[in-house]
Design a binder for this molecule. Structure first.
Ligand code: BG6
Length: 470
């Protein structure tokens, strides 16, 4: 039995994203983002303008309740807190030259509040929140001009918060653009009309922008720690047949490609082959190649599930996934949303990244989306007996400890949706991840009152004992 050991300075915490919980979508000069016109989530229809059925418009009203919520995070003992800056609070349309002061002030206040409790902010610069104007006018990241707009935005926030924020992530789940081009890349062209060359050109622009952010950030404050953020999904071959092993390898490379460029500063040979064989022609300038050499300080990733691949078309029964699909694994159980639960996959992915790069790793999303029931607890307070969530998180953290015992350097772990928020893929509130229950429902009803779930005290204990209670 492995002794569960986490490093002394391990960054325990929780994660959120502005568009899924702030609400206040049109307050204090904020512009519209792609989220404000996708009421059914990242894969649903796009509306002309914000519609009342869009849960994200009000979110959980963190914008006005952040002090109360941060106090609860502090009570759990968070060492770090991951959230994103809504680009549209800073540059409402995205292509302005001057920022919106009210937006900047909000994040100043938020970071000051975290500092009060000694909580280290971990800030995503772009979490599925591309300004809608940039999507509609420029077709999002397909357009090279996006690099300049993003540069202006990150330079502004790096400069403003250079003494308040040390840990930064450039793009949330950067590899998800392949599967969700509008939500992830602000690409307005419909997926069935989007050519592969345009899609990978958008990828290239994001990769250049990410490397440029790393360069600029280090110039502004050499102490900044800037990471990439990828959706991690270890992919197993369905059988031992070599064709299945190759199918799994190729599926993994579609994801590894993103971290390879971020860590190694150049395109891998297998991707050049993929471009060649798929008629994908990209505009990659010598200046771009120079910029890409600005590699990241660490690798962060989300982990919810593993995936399975086969070369046998007849066996391809697609699994439900948060963004990447995959084939169902017969050995695993799934969540209520069909996401296959695989704690050991987290140990595998940590080891794979470590063996590949020897760069520090940060798990910045992991958690179970489930339907919760608010009930009266023994102490008379309303609560949720979420033993299923405790089990999910406990099992995954045990595997993190296993990976640490394997020699992997892990900087920290932030659970996804530490407070209930609106789902990215389906825009539902009934898919809850939090330690804190928020009384708001998909029909818009609810008081927005916060309640501690059973997992709240469980996580508090995990942090207080630095993982020994697991
Ligand atoms: C990740 C995203 O894909 O998974 C988050 O970075 C998202 O934004 C999380 O919320 C969970 O997915 P969902 O669809 O259950 O909200």
């Amino acid at each position: 039995m492995t002794e569960l050991k986490f490093p002394e300075n391990f960054l325990w915490g929780g994660a959120t994203a502005a568009n899924q919980y702030e609400g206040a979508y049109n307050v204090d000069g904020k512009g519209l983002s792609v989220q404000d016109v996708t009421p059914k989530g990242g894969f649903g229809p796009i509306t002309d303008r914000p519609t009342p059925d869009n849960m994200k418009l009000e979110g959980i009203d963190f914008y006005h309740r952040y002090k109360e919520d941060i106090a609860l995070f502090a009570e759990m003992g968070f060492k770090t807190y991951r959230t994103s800056i809504a680009w549209t609070r800073i540059f409402p349309n995205g292509d302005e030259t001057e920022p919106n002061e009210a937006g900047l002030q909000f994040y100043d206040d938020l970071f000051d509040e975290l500092a009060k409790y000694g909580i280290e902010p971990l800030i995503t610069l772009s979490h599925y929140e591309t300004p809608l104007h940039l999507a509609r006018e420029y077709d999002g990241w397909v357009n090279r001009k996006m690099i300049g707009f993003y540069e202006n935005y990150v330079r502004t926030v790096f400069t403003r918060y250079k003494d308040k924020v040390k840990y930064w992530l450039t793009f949330n789940e950067i590899n998800s653009i392949i599967h969700a081009p509008f939500m992830s890349g602000g690409i307005a062209t419909a997926p069935d009309k989007l050519s592969k060359s345009d899609l990978y050109q958008a990828v290239h622009h994001e990769l250049v922008a990410s490397a440029l952010a790393t360069k600029i950030g280090h110039e502004i404050n050499p102490d900044f720690q800037i990471g990439c953020m990828v959706l991690a999904m270890p992919t197993y071959p369905l059988t031992a047949h070599p064709d299945d092993v190759i199918a799994a390898m190729e599926a993994e490379r579609q994801n590894y490609f993103f971290s390879d460029v971020h860590v190694r500063g150049a395109y891998p040979g297998y991707m050049k082959r993929y471009f060649r064989e798929n008629g994908i022609v990209l505009d990659i300038t010598p200046e771009d190649e120079e910029i890409l050499k600005n590699t990241v300080d660490f690798i962060s990733f989300s982990y919810y599930m593993s995936s399975t691949e086969t070369a046998d078309e007849s066996k391809k029964v697609k699994g439900a996934g948060n963004i990447l699909g995959g084939v169902m694994n017969p050995y695993l159980e799934a969540s209520e949303w069909g996401w296959q639960i695989d704690p050991k996959g987290l140990r595998i992915v940590l080891n794979d990244f470590w063996d590949r790069y020897q760069k520090s790793l940060f798990i910045v999303e992991n958690g179970l989306g489930a339907v919760d029931q608010l009930v009266e607890g023994e102490d008379g307070q309303m609560t949720v007996n979420d033993d299923y969530r405790i089990k999910y998180l406990n099992d995954h953290l045990v595997q993190v400890a296993e990976a640490i015992a394997d020699g992997v350097e892990v900087m920290g772990y932030t659970t996804w949706g530490c407070i209930d928020l609106v789902s990215a893929s389906t825009a539902e509130l009934k898919k809850r991840y939090g330690f804190i229950y928020v009384d708001r429902h998909d029909d818009g009803s609810g008081t927005l009152k916060r309640y501690k779930k059973k997992s709240f005290n469980w996580y508090k204990e995990v942090i207080a004992t630095n993982g020994e209670s697991l």
